[in-house]
Write a protein that binds this ligand. Structure first.
Ligand SMILES: O[C@H]1[C@H](O)[C@@H](O)[C@H](O)[C@@H](O)[C@H]1O
Length: 550
């Protein structure tokens, strides 16, 4: 049967639901995915292909630190002023902030895959624009186009992977996207270091970003849409085909894929029933007025339905703390800091920050589905607190150049005792390790918190919070180093991390191992923390018993 042939069936099923005599109990939607031993090759390939966008996100955000120091007088025939540097750095986060909620709406209307395609086009245009520009304003426009791409990709890729993954592996597979981001940042640092001494080498640094994007654009042709979006768009048969490929062969597995399909359909019909009660029949259903009405309804659902609102608060809280804890001030300015405290080769030293970030994201990849999202944060945020506090204390003992401020000190190395600068480096590595294990990747699991009807919009809003806070950190770090001193700046980040730990402990439930549809149930009447922790403990005990038996 073709999809088109299947549509009348779905329609009649939907009409049935809308008359509210649909009894979910009649539909067998119980599905135990714990029997799955490992993710199949198909889902691995899809995750890696989608991850290329993460690589670009990391590359384009990481490459800016070496680009800024290599431009010299190539743009507008003059050296870059501090204002130029700030605008070139922060316009990317600003445009990412604008793009994420907009593409959140598009991903619902066009599908997840088309938004990845759009991001690729923007990545290519932005990279080439920067590579060929001759003026500061041209560079700002190029970085802004890249910002639109990064904003779209950063929310749609975890969403795409999350909607395709079987629940037992969802955490790990979404963490692959973070591995690509942090890997992209390492590549950017290395390319930056390699091209730094070449004349006009910065044009290669920024232009090279076009290659992976063009490659992904071609590969996308062979990648499927997510089953959840397909069901929503009335392509049930296609959705089933994708699920069968994701779950693999065998009779038992086919039954599992069928049950997942039914579970998604049940969720959609319940949501439509609720929306039917909510939406006034006077509201237009077609044309651009219909589209606007749909978007308005999406926002209303997100803010007025208790479970959705709680999901939004948790997702925005995690994304906000991910940035406000100050990590990207190291990503963007670690070379500046290391030069200030007297390291001879600040760019090479700052590579240790990017490498630690990547290595410990690998640790998260290995443990997130075993330890759980909530628990991994409760264990790792204290490591960040220790690292930041040590950093703040160590700055007390470093003899910083008197006349130099944080902004200008980067130019020359600062001679003096080695002990405390090394202590600062060690403290930063401890902090970055703690960050990469938890805060660096758990917030990107955001889409699992939202039901299908508001998943894309909610993830877009949470991603916008991420970029808004990123913008703030990029803008305030250097002035804070001057105004508050390094001791005060790092002490402030320490306090933010303590606040983050308390908030996670109070409101973030354990979602590890739950299906996307079960997570929705958890937040319906409260934060669901106790219930989720109890269930997670039960699952863990069960797994241990199972391991002892085999
Ligand atoms: O998850 C990523 C990752 O941790 C990156 O290293 C960081 O630069 C990004 O801001 C963050 O969103």
């Amino acid at each position: 049967m073709t999809d088109t042939a299947a549509e009348p069936l779905i329609q009649s099923h939907r009409q049935h639901d809308n008359h509210s005599d649909y009894d979910p109990a009649e539909h067998d939607v119980e599905v135990d995915e714990s029997a799955l031993v490992s993710p199949g090759i198909f889902i691995w390939v899809l995750t890696f292909c989608a991850g290329v966008s993460g690589l670009l996100f990391g590359y384009d955000t990481g490459v800016i630190s070496s680009t800024l120091v290599s431009i010299g007088t190539d743009l507008s025939s003059r050296p870059l002023s501090t204002l130029d540097k700030s605008l070139i750095t922060s316009c990317t986060s600003l445009f990412a902030l604008i793009a994420s909620p907009l593409t959140g709406v598009l991903a619902d209307q066009w599908g997840r895959k088309k938004v990845i395609l759009l991001a690729d086009v923007l990545f290519v245009v932005g990279a080439l624009w920067q590579a060929f520009t001759g003026t500061v304003w041209g560079m700002i426009v190029g970085r802004s186009v890249v910002g639109l791409a990064v904003g779209s990709a950063s929310f749609v890729v975890p969403l795409y992977i999350s909607e395709l993954s079987p629940s037992p592996f969802r955490g790990r597979l979404v963490t692959v996207a973070s591995l690509f981001i942090t890997g992209g940042q390492v590549v950017a640092y290395i390319i930056g270091w390699l091209f730094a001494t070449h004349q006009h080498g910065w044009r290669w640094m920024v232009g090279l970003g076009a290659l992976p994007a063009a490659l992904q654009f071609l590969i996308l042709e062979f990648m499927p849409e997510t089953p959840r979006w397909l069901v929503k768009a009335n392509h049930r048969n296609q959705a089933k085909k994708v699920l069968l490929r994701v779950y693999g062969g065998g009779e038992e597995i086919k039954k599992m894929a069928d049950a997942v399909l039914k579970r998604v359909e049940k969720e959609i019909s319940e949501e439509e029933e609720a929306a039917g009660e909510r939406v006034n029949s006077e509201v237009p259903k077609r044309g651009w007025r219909g589209k606007i009405a749909k978007i308005n309804d999406g926002f209303a659902q997100l803010l007025t339905v208790g479970g959705n609102r709680r999901a939004l608060i948790i997702a925005c809280m995690l994304q906000g703390f991910q940035q406000l804890c100050g990590f990207n001030s190291l990503m963007y300015f670690s070379a500046t800091i290391f030069a200030l405290v007297g390291f001879q080769s600040p760019t090479l030293t700052s590579l240790s920050i990017a490498l630690t970030n990547f290595a410990f994201t690998l640790v998260a990849f290995n443990s997130i589905d075993r330890i759980g999202r909530r628990r991994i944060l409760l264990y790792s945020v204290p490591i960040m607190v220790i690292g930041l506090a040590l950093c703040s204390v160590s700055f007390n003992f470093v003899d910083l150049p008197k006349h130099d401020t944080a902004t200008h000190g980067a130019a020359e190395g600062h001679p003096g005792s080695k002990t405390w600068p090394v202590a600062i480096l060690v403290a930063m590595i401890i902090y970055v390790a703690g960050y990469a294990i938890g805060m660096g990747n758990v917030p990107w699991q955001q889409s699992e918190l939202f039901p299908l009807s508001v998943r894309s919009l909610g993830s877009g809003m949470a991603t916008a919070t991420n970029w808004g806070s990123n913008f703030l950190i990029g803008l305030t770090f250097l002035p804070m180093m001057e105004g508050l001193t390094p001791v005060g700046t790092f002490a402030l980040y320490t306090c933010i991390c303590v606040l983050c730990w308390i908030t996670v402990w109070r409101i973030y439930p354990e979602t590890c191992g739950l299906s996307l549809e079960e997570v929705g149930g958890l937040l319906k009447d409260g934060w669901g923390v106790e219930e989720s922790v109890r269930k997670a403990d039960e699952r863990m005990r069960e797994r241990r018993r199972e391991a002892r038996r085999t």
